[in-house]
Design a protein around this ligand. Structure first.
Ligand SMILES: *Cc1c(COP(=O)(O)O)cnc(C)c1O
Length: 395
């Protein structure tokens, strides 16, 4: 496929491999192994497998390969490695490239499991991690030093939707030779231009918008062919974090409709955020698509618009937040995001429950804070549901 096509077209066609039957929809090769015509062929394939030759599904599979090629075409990277979950992608990226004695700088505002990997796991193997406030470029400048191997951050943080300037952090990191690894879940491949902005490696939890219909776990690591095939692949294929062909098939079908879903979700999120701004029951509304968001300009430059997730802080703390959640009729209480169904989470008592109180305060995870992932339902129905539930919160 030519590179000139838009993402929407690539998301439908890129990477498709058709069997001798010419099936229209992507085939699911639900097989872990492959039979060889001869012992000589098996030997040759173990020496070097060609583009259309597979050995074992932990190493690669035609359906998984379709997914990898499609998403690499979308993201504009040379290659991709598909993983069993988003966390397999995050941990696999870091552990495949780092060694004892290496230094990493990471933003502090991270998904709970990312904090575990960076704080607990890397330290255990002698990797030094310096945490910074990712929105403060001076902190990045002070922390990145000659020999720093990598910087890691979520381009939009969970759950408080702080934006990190990919281009500015990449300039600081590249000046010292550090690799820029971006966990880009909230931007989604639809709004991402991370590679053009300076990211070297882009990581997604495919569980989120790529599936977008709450079915399977998955993840992907995107980067140069050299990085993916020489650094990531040997580590992943031998340590076991590869994606299953069934999940790859579900996610390929997810990629087909992703742009329609994500654009509709983001348009509704913008309208909902505008409807909630200044609401008497709310302390604050956090959405990078609102002009009042402190990083609104960066959001427009980096993603074009505000994305599919809104956070808002309800006056009255946890009791008010719980009353609000329990009064919702359409929006579901769950902790996933990026789904076709609208989902709401109370981070302080669920996804970020384990954080010490002082860290919750630093990260802005207040008792009244809720995070809403906007789905593809009718915009007016969603706004009405949120407003009626807010009206039921005792003043
Ligand atoms: C969900 C998520 C992950 C982990 O993905 P899984 O598929 O659940 O393993 C990592 N980073 C971010 C920002 C996420 O939202």
């Amino acid at each position: 496929m030519t590179d000139k096509l838009s993402k929407r077209t690539k998301a439908v066609h890129a990477g498709t491999r058709r069997s001798q039957y010419g099936e229209l929809s992507e085939a699911i090769f639900l097989t872990q192994g492959f039979a060889y015509d001869s012992a000589e062929q098996a030997e040759a394939r173990f020496i070097k497998a060609g583009d259309d030759e597979f050995i074992y599904a932990r190493y690669g599979n035609p359906t998984v390969r379709m997914f990898e090629e499609r998403i690499a075409a979308l993201e504009g990277t040379e290659d991709a490695f598909a993983t069993a979950s988003g966390m397999a992608a995050v941990s696999g990226t870091l552990t495949s490239m780092l060694r004892a004695g290496d230094h990493v700088v990471s933003s502090r505002a991270l998904f709970g499991s990312c904090i575990y990997v960076l704080e607990e796991v890397l330290g255990r193997y002698g990797v030094e991690v310096t945490f910074v406030d990712g929105t403060d470029l001076d902190q990045w400048r002070a922390a990145v030093r000659p020999g720093t191997k990598a910087v890691f951050f979520e381009s939009v943080s969970n759950p408080t939707l702080e934006m990190i300037d990919i281009a500015a952090v990449a300039e600081i990191a590249h000046a010292q030779g550090a690799l820029v690894i971006v966990d880009n879940v909230f931007a989604t491949p639809v709004f991402s231009d991370a590679v053009a902005q300076g990211a070297d490696v882009v990581v997604y939890s495919a569980t989120k918008h790529i599936d977008g219909q709450g079915r399977v776990l998955g993840g992907v690591i995107l980067g140069t062919r050299e990085f993916i095939r020489k650094t990531v692949e040997p580590y992943m294929k031998h340590t076991g974090g590869s994606m299953s062909p069934f999940s790859a098939w579900v996610l390929l079908k997810g990629l087909e409709t992703m742009s329609l879903r994500v654009n509709a979700q983001a348009a509704t999120a913008q309208k909902l955020a505008e409807a909630l701004e200044g609401h008497a029951a709310l302390e604050r509304v956090i959405y990078p698509g609102l002009a009042a968001h402190p990083q609104h300009e960066l959001c427009r430059r980096q993603m074009g618009q505000g994305g599919t997730v809104i956070a808002f802080d309800i006056k009255g703390g946890q009791a008010a937040a719980f009353a609000f959640l329990n009064a919702l009729e359409v929006v579901l209480i769950s902790n996933n995001l990026g789904d076709a169904k609208s989902i709401i989470t109370h981070p302080a008592t669920t996804t970020h429950q384990r954080l010490p109180e002082d860290q919750k305060v630093t990260l802005g995870i207040t008792p009244g804070l809720v995070r809403m992932s906007v789905g593809i339902e009718d915009t007016d129905d969603l706004i009405a549901d949120v407003l009626q539930a807010l009206a039921k919160v005792p003043a």
